[in-house]
Design a protein around this ligand. Sequence first.
Ligand SMILES: C[S@@+](CC[C@H](N)C(=O)[O-])C[C@H]1O[C@@H](n2cnc3c(N)ncnc32)[C@H](O)[C@@H]1O
Length: 262
Amino acid sequence: MPSYDIRCTDILLGLKSLKSSSIDLTITSPPYNIGKEYEKKLPIDDYIGWCVEWISEIYRVTKPTGSFWLNLGYFEVPNSGRAVPITYFLWNRSRFYFLQEIVWHYGAGVATKGTFSPRNEKWIWFVKDPKSYVFNLDSVRDPDVKYPNQKKNGKLKCNPLGKNPGDVWIIPKVTSGFRRSSKERTTHPAQFPIKVIERIIRASSNENDLILDPFVGSGSTLVAAYLNNRNSLGFEIKKDYFLLAKSRMHQVENTPRELSLF
Ligand SMILES: C[S@@+](CC[C@H](N)C(=O)[O-])C[C@H]1O[C@@H](n2cnc3c(N)ncnc32)[C@H](O)[C@@H]1O
């Protein structure tokens, strides 16, 4: 059985307690500095400075073949921009190599007036070494191929496992509300859908690897890691969410796979 560990602590304290080169893959989404109930809004330079500090610790704890997947949204830059991608401020602020940006199209959302309604967030895929990193494409191929039997010189043109899923991922977000609430919904306001995290975990790690989410929230990364036979570690500063993540993991551990929500 995979192991997991959730600690109720601040990200920097948690990261500083870890050995260098001990983590295979980090997947996380920080507070976006937009005034959610789990964050304190900071001046932009202070917020970016804080992000640079914890990203540099993630670099230190990542193994040489490891990856760091960072999910970011948008924030307002006073007098300059209304919804500026946070990735523009962070893509080159560490020793990580920027390998790729993925657009996550999450389906329905807030309708805006005066601009197009936002429907995507970004994932940045960083690696330590662009010449040597884990990438298991066959584990995440998309079987939805238009002409699966098309041949060239007698050979199938398409990989029988499916196509490369590409860099735009259409995966619905976790919804709430009467009759439209996702089955996996918890009380956390910014929960990852397990499907997104599963794709990252399968592509960027191997079984028995150690996955970290230092802003663990409701524990989605740890749930996906457990279901995919990876060990995991999470940090969460808020006691309520720490307890939520623990109880979610307890439930996953004690639910037979065939009855699992995911
Ligand atoms: C965007 S949410 C993550 C949600 C998570 N991905 C999920 O699926 O539930 C960010 C989380 O980071 C936590 N957090 C905020 N500041 C923190 C800090 N300094 N150290 C650790 N956790 C922190 C918040 O309480 C919140 O639960």
